[in-house]
Write a protein that binds this ligand. Sequence first.
Ligand code: FAD
Length: 363
Amino acid sequence: MVEQVVVIGAGVYGAAVAAELARRGARVKVVDSGVPADGTSGATFAWTNSNGKQPRAYHDLNVAGMEAHRRLAHEVQGSDWYHEGGNLEWGGDDAEREQLRRKVDSVLACGYQARWLTRAEVLRIEPDLNPAELPADGIAYFPSEGWIEPARLIGHLLSTVDGERIWHDAVTGIDVSGGRVRSVRLASGRQLSADAVVNCAGPRAAEVAVLAGLELPMNNTRGVLIYTSPVAVSVARVVHAPRVHLRPDGGGRLLLHTHEVDDAADDGNGTVDQAAVEKVVEAGCALYPGIRGASVESVRVGERPIPSDGLPVLGRAPGLPNFHFAVSHSGVTLSLHAGARVAAEVMGEDWSAELAPFRFERL
Ligand SMILES: Cc1cc2nc3c(=O)[nH]c(=O)nc-3n(C[C@H](O)[C@H](O)[C@H](O)COP(=O)(O)OP(=O)(O)OC[C@H]3O[C@@H](n4cnc5c(N)ncnc54)[C@H](O)[C@@H]3O)c2cc1C
């Protein structure tokens, strides 16, 4: 019987897994080498979506993740970390427009919500947008998408866990005998006995897996996020324009990103090329002229935890049935639902059909 569970990592996955385990009656210890939301969950665009996610099982998992956020926000009074304002997206050239058209067709075929808006319709919902930056029509709107504030969600989830929280203490060893994990060792010298362990170490999940004798191939990538100072610009939703992606970030701040700016992060020392940051801010100012009144408050580099084939790794490891994974990119969207499924499996429930495409052994 599973009583004591050690959850390694206090990002969105660790928090979601721990909350569900606690709800099911497990005695949970959450361990983090830093503090909650210190990892990728504190440097993420945090857009909840299943926008062009393939294959179908992965699309469905993301849709279930979106639904889980909606449900939790409904259940918890004051849960204003969840913002379901939708997402606007348009192409900058013919190739991008064609790609967008195909994506809209494919998500509609899956029963996902998407529709086309004209410039006039977009300006009614985003009045501070510069009309000159918008095409006359062909603007895709995905109304069920949104964004969350991960640190606040993590805080809520951990507040529901009546177990031990251990911060600033890394997992440095995992004791295995007789084909089962027996205990977890920490840098401080503590040893935590465990009936089960869940690896929620995000981009460091491969290092944790090695401690249990398992090889988890990962292709992590870096992303650069630009946070503005508070500014009096009305941005009510996620916006994917050709030269900048942005969304509100609470307290009047905006969060800006592009795929191109990700290349501006120096792998060695974590610095970011300033010229690349300014280019993104300029694109933001062109789109919402009021952003000129803002300054860049911080630039963060996040590391996407990406298993080698791009899909999540969820559930128990073969040959080590009390060692479980909850690791993926798009973890903000997925973690509430996928983390709950992993926790249910830890506690003996059978979710084999849903988890089958995401098992560790496929890698
Ligand atoms: C630029 C960028 C944009 C993104 N955009 C989106 C998006 O729009 N939508 C979306 O859904 N997802 C997005 N993601 C992905 C998403 O943010 C991640 O999938 C998610 O945050 C991962 O959460 P996690 O809990 O697995 O990892 P983390 O948040 O990194 O948490 C792992 C924790 O484990 C701890 N840890 C590691 N090793 C050890 C150890 N040995 N002992 C103890 N603790 C340990 C770390 O300190 C950390 O706190 C984005 C990511 C990036 C970088």
